[in-house]
Structure formats: C-alpha cells, structure tokens
Design a protein around this ligand. Structure first.
Ligand SMILES: [Zn+2]
Length: 284
C-alpha cells in the first residue's frame, strides 16, 4: 500500500515553531490544553513513517472573537509547511468577522493553503448559522474542503450544542458542491453523523475519535457496535477519512486501530489515501 494521508493533526508541539513564536506555547497550553513536551518536527515525521503515513494535514484554529486566541495563524501554518513537503496546510478563519471570506480567499489563493478548518464549539457558532454562509460560499467557489470539529467538545467552557451532526444538515444541503468533513465521527452521535453521510454524498467523516479506553477498543465500539462496520465498508467507503488528532493520539496507534477493524484492503486504501486525495485535489 502506498503511504497514507493523516487528515487531522494539530502541530501545537513543533519546537521549531514554538521557538520562533513563543505565543504558540501559550496557545498549546491554554487554548489547546496540550501538556506534552515540545519536540522537533522530525519526531512527528518519524511517527508518520512508523504508521505508514506519507503526508499530514496540519490545522490552525482562529478563535479570535470567542476566546481572543489563535492556535497558529494561516501565515504560521505556511511557515511550518515550508519545513517539510510532507505537511498539507489548512487555513482557519473567524466566521464572526465580516472579513472572513476575504481572509479565506487570500489564504488559499495567495498563501497556497489547501482547505479550511472550523471548530464551531471553540469558535462559538452554530454550523447552520447564516452568519457563516459567506464563508461556505467562498469555500465552495474555491473548491476546497472544510474540516469541522464535530461531536463532543472537550475544552472546558465549550458547549456541546455546537457540535451535533444535525446542525450540519443545512450546510450539506445548501452547498451540495462543498465537501465537508465531520471530525471524530461526530462522536458520540455516530448514528446521526452516519445518517447525514448516507443522505448527503458531500458529507465525510474522519475517524480521529478517542474519548475512552484506547484507539482500538474505542473505534471497535464506534465503528462496529454503534454502527455496523458493513455500513462504513459498503455504503460510506468513499466518505470515511483517516485522521489521528495527533498529538493527542499517536498516529501509529490510531492507524493500527483502523487497520484492525476488519475493513477490506480496498476500503482501507480509500480511507487512508484515495478519499483524502480526492478532497484535496478537487480545486479547479
Ligand atoms: Zn482535532
């Protein structure tokens, strides 16, 4: 199998960037609540090697209005990506700001980023709030995917109500050419997220979910018991993406967990690489 793509990583511990921008250390601790040690980028790349992962999507979060915080600016993501051609940079914008669509356009067309990350619970907006529609219109016109944090939000002070899958239905229906990815299988609402994906082919799910036990036992519960594996294998094989949520979870243990579930080789190839390539390559 050719190397895969990890569609969901947060580069908050990359030492080279923290040394250049000390504010990133504060963002990692206070906004992202990640207590692990800062490490050279090569540690992440080595972890990808072990997991059979070739490239990783790196995600910023712009929570300026809600928390007066930015975990990586779009420019810093570009700088990070200049350190390795194995990183695929996404942008983030603050949907509360009128300038958000213009910021997104700049990030994609001028800075060369490849997609958009939004985290409704952290940014405090409902995905189907019309306030955010100009951003979706812009993303659809640019031909880029949006990766939404969905499901449970663990940050203290955040509200669960922003992450329910059904709050994404209007977005999926009103922007049929916009590819959206609901992160973390929108756990615990996996059944609802699957219903959405079954109905809307532009809705995708990333598997970077872990809220108890270990990746293998957790995914076994979510992807064989909450919803039978055959539903993912037969009906959603083109809508499931591998993601780890690194550094919260080791890429290799998440990859091993997905490979242990019983998917066919053909389906694993879609989940680990082909679906991500399609989403990333759809820019006209
Ligand atoms: Zn995440």
């Amino acid at each position: 199998m050719k190397g895969g793509i990890d569609f969901h990583t947060h580069p908050v511990l990359v030492r080279e960037m923290v040394e250049r921008y000390p504010d990133l250390a504060k963002a990692a601790r206070d906004t992202f609540h990640c207590g692990n040690n800062f490490q050279p980028l090569e540690v992440m790349l080595a972890e990808m090697d072990i997991a059979g992962i070739d490239k990783a999507v790196v995600l910023p979060i712009d929570a300026t209005t809600s928390r007066n915080a930015t975990v990586y600016t779009n420019e810093q993501i570009v700088e990070l990506c200049s350190l390795s051609d194995r990183l695929i940079g996404f942008a983030s914008v603050d949907p509360h700001q009128n300038s958000a669509p213009a910021t997104l356009e700049t990030a994609i067309n001028m800075l060369g980023l490849h997609g958009l990350k939004l985290a409704p619970a952290m940014q405090e907006f409902f995905p189907d709030d019309r306030m955010a529609y100009p951003v979706y219109e812009c993303a659809q016109a640019l031909g880029i995917p949006i990766l939404f944090h969905a499901g449970l939000s663990w940050e203290p002070g955040s509200r669960l109500k922003y992450g329910h899958p059904l709050r994404f239905e209007d977005v999926a229906a009103d922007f049929p050419k916009l590819n959206i990815v609901l992160a973390h299988l929108a756990w615990p609402w996996v059944v609802d997220a699957v219903a959405l994906a079954l109905k809307y082919p532009n809705v995708h799910l990333d598997v970077s979910a872990l809220y108890f036990d270990n990746p293998r036992d957790f995914l076994r519960y979510a992807m064989t018991q909450q919803v039978p594996l055959t539903v993912f294998e037969r009906s959603l094989r083109r809508q499931v993406l591998f993601g780890s949520d690194n550094p919260r979870i080791e890429i290799k243990s998440m990859a091993r967990a997905v490979r242990s579930l019983g998917f066919s080789d053909e389906c694993l190839e879609l989940i680990f690489r082909i679906n991500a390539e399609r989403l990333l390559g759809e820019r006209s």
